[in-house]
Design a protein around this ligand. Structure first.
Ligand code: FSX
Ligand code: SF4
Ligand code: SF4
Length: 318
């Protein structure tokens, strides 16, 4: 693994941020950090201390596992390092080694032992139709546990909940027109069930890995981050995509792209929903900083509460 000095030098090279302002940024606003800055020793120490008393349990409902894949898609440092040394997820259906009833019993055991303290990360919507039978997440004592059961039990016991992805935050694709399964977001599920546990929404279909790790880091070291009206951390979702888009000048001059391969003109007529979307993709970029939606296609507004129905059709002007 790289040492602190190397990481800081790389950080400075890629962002132009000095060591002093970088350290200030990390210690001052933990939610502003991304995966690439996770190995700052001060932060690692704070996280490791917090994790002894605040485990993170990750459960999956009605989704595509894209949120987990997005988290696993981080390259430097490797996700193995992030998960083993920094986040130490105690339960994650896709990546943990244990399975079956042993894993489920462990999930409920940790939740009981850390009642009111652990953070529950929820990926996917909660299908409330058919008495919850559309989504069975495991068995305990040879009895099926539905996502609805798990949310009622673990959601009420958790100290905080991180709703991860469009499906968990606002219903997303499972709750789009039709919604055969009665798919519901975490916040709406809690409202319907009278559960008062605080929720941090990290939308996106899928969310950026930095949004996930940064929010978990903030929660563990400094508590609930500042949230906007839709429950999203303002540090990641406080800025309008269009107002900060490198193609804004083209938009203002009326220079409109007619095809996706156009390298510089505005993509509004190709369906770009950047004007109605708040996220920092334009500067954070995706795929380890390689590119972002507006470079190759259009913004489909995947972090907004009305996604996908309110943003459809994706490739037609708003
Ligand atoms: Fe939803 Fe997660 Fe979209 Fe998929 O499981 S946010 S469908 S990318 O990945 O919940
Ligand atoms: Fe706005 Fe999209 Fe055009 Fe960028 S490409 S200026 S976000 S409409
Ligand atoms: Fe979602 Fe738009 Fe960001 Fe792409 S640019 S990830 S569609 S918010």
């Amino acid at each position: 693994m790289k040492d602190e000095k190397q990481l800081l030098e790389e950080q400075q090279k890629t962002t132009g941020v000095s060591r002093r302002s970088f350290l200030k940024a990390v210690t001052g606003t933990a939610a502003g950090i991304g995966i690439s800055q996770m190995f700052n020793p001060a932060l690692v120490q704070a996280m490791q201390k917090a994790l002894k008393t605040h485990p993170v349990l990750w459960i999956q409902g009605q989704g595509c596992t894209g949120c987990s894949v997005s988290l696993l898609n981080t390259v430097d440092p490797s996700i193995a390092d992030v998960l083993l040394k920094v986040i130490s997820l105690q339960f994650h259906p896709t990546i943990m080694a244990s399975e079956g009833e042993t894993a489920m019993e462990n999930l409920y055991h940790i939740a009981e032992a850390y009642k009111g303290k652990f953070s529950l990360a929820v990926e996917g919507a909660i299908p409330m139709g058919a008495d919850g039978k559309y989504c069975i997440i495991g068995e305990v004592g040879h009895k099926e546990v539905t996502m609805v059961d798990a949310m009622k039990d673990l959601g009420a016991k958790a100290g905080s909940v991180l709703a991860i992805g469009a499906c968990a935050t606002y219903g997303g694709i499972p709750a789009a027109e039709g919604n055969e399964t009665g798919a519901t977001s975490v916040m709406d599920f809690f409202k319907a069930s009278g559960i008062k546990t605080p929720v941090v929404n990290i939308p996106g279909c899928p969310p950026h890995p930095d949004w996930i790790v940064g929010s978990i880091a903030h929660l563990l070291t400094k508590g609930i981050p500042e949230l906007d009206d839709y429950g999203r951390p303002t540090v990641f979702f406080g800025e309008n995509i269009h107002d900060n888009c490198p193609r804004l000048e083209a938009y203002e001059n009326g220079d409109m792209a007619e095809k996706m391969s156009d390298p510089k003109n505005c993509r509004a007529e190709l369906g770009c929903k950047g004007p109605d979307t708040y996220a920092d993709c334009y500067k954070r970029k995706w795929n380890s900083g390689m590119n972002w939606c507006v470079d190759n296609a259009v913004c489909i507004g995947c972090v907004e509460p009305d996604f996908p129905d309110g943003k459809s059709p994706f490739y037609e002007p708003a």
